[in-house]
Design a protein around this ligand. Sequence first.
Ligand SMILES: NC(=O)c1ccc[n+]([C@@H]2O[C@H](COP(=O)([O-])OP(=O)(O)OC[C@H]3O[C@@H](n4cnc5c(N)ncnc54)[C@H](OP(=O)(O)O)[C@@H]3O)[C@@H](O)[C@H]2O)c1
Length: 286
Amino acid sequence: MRAVILGAGGQLAYDLERVMQDWDLVLHRHADLDVCDHARARQVLTQSAPEVVINTTAFHRVDDCEAQVEKAFQVNAVAVRNLAQVCRDLDCTLVHMSTDYVFGGEKRTPYTEGDLPDPLSTYGASKLAGEYFVRHICPKHFVVRTSGLYGVAGSSGKGGNFVETMIRLASEGKSIRVVNDQVLSPTYTVDLAEKVVALLRTEAYGLYHIANAGECSWYQFAAKIFELAGLHPILGPTTSAEYGSVARRPPYSALATDAMHASQFVRLSHWTEALQEYLGARDHGP
Ligand SMILES: NC(=O)c1ccc[n+]([C@@H]2O[C@H](COP(=O)([O-])OP(=O)(O)OC[C@H]3O[C@@H](n4cnc5c(N)ncnc54)[C@H](OP(=O)(O)O)[C@@H]3O)[C@@H](O)[C@H]2O)c1
C-alpha cells in the first residue's frame, strides 16, 4: 500500500515512518512541499497516486497563532480543505491530525468524540475548521484528535517537546514552575502512530480520539518526568493567569477514546507507562 506522509520531519511523522516500514511511503517535508501551495499539493499527490495520505502538518505554536490568524487558518484549515478535495478526487483515504484544543475545557471527565467543541484559541478554531472540511468533503477519512505529543524526533514546529524542555531546564539547574490548572492526556507518538496504522487496516472511517490513558496537569506531568528520570530540580506549580500566555488554553482537555474501543481496539497504555518507554527510547533517538 502506498501512503504519502505530509509534514515529514515532524515528531509524529518520524514515528509513523518507523511503524509503517512495510508500506510504500512517499515522504514530504515542509521544505519540498508547502501544503498552502494548493496547485502543487494536488499535482504532487496526483503523481504519487497513493491509497492513503496522512496529514501531520500544522501551524501549532499556539500563542503565535493569535498574532498570525491568517496563517493559522491557511495552514490548519484552507490547505486541509484542498487536501480533502484532492483525496476525494483520487478516491484515497485521508488521515488528518487534530487536537484536544478544539474543546473549551468546561468538563471534568474526559472528552468523547460526541462532545461539542468550543475552541478558546485561534489554533483550536483553525484546527476545528480543518476537521470540518475533511469530514464534509472526503468520504474516506480518519480525523484523529490527540493531545500533548512527545516523541524522540521532537516537534519541529515547537522546537522540541515538553519532556525534553523539562529535562534541559533541570540540567541547567533552574528552578521550574509549571501550570497546574491545565489537565490533559499526554501522548507518546509511537503509541499514536501504531493506532493510526491499526485504523488504516479498517474502513471504519470517522472521528477518533487517540491518546494515552489517564490524565494529569502539566505540573504533574513535569513531576513524573523528573521522578522517572531521577532528576531533582526545584519544581513548583503555577497558574495559567500567572504564567500569562497570549492564547487561552482549555483548563481540562483529557480525551476519552470511546470510538477506538467501539471498533474493538485495545486501550492505549497509561501515560506514565508511555513516558517510561519514551525515556528508555530517547537515548536511541535520531
Ligand atoms: N505537538 C502536540 O502536542 C500536538 C497535540 C495535539 C495535536 N497535535 C497535532 O498533531 C499533528 C502533528 O504534530 P507534531 O507534534 O508531530 O508536529 P511537528 O513535529 O511540528 O510536525 C509538523 C510538521 O508540519 C510541517 N509543516 C508546518 N507547516 C507546513 C506547511 N505549510 N506545509 C508543509 N509542512 C508544514 C512542519 O515543518 P516546519 O517545522 O519546518 O514548519 C513539521 O515538520 C499536528 O497536526 C498537530 O496539530 C499536536
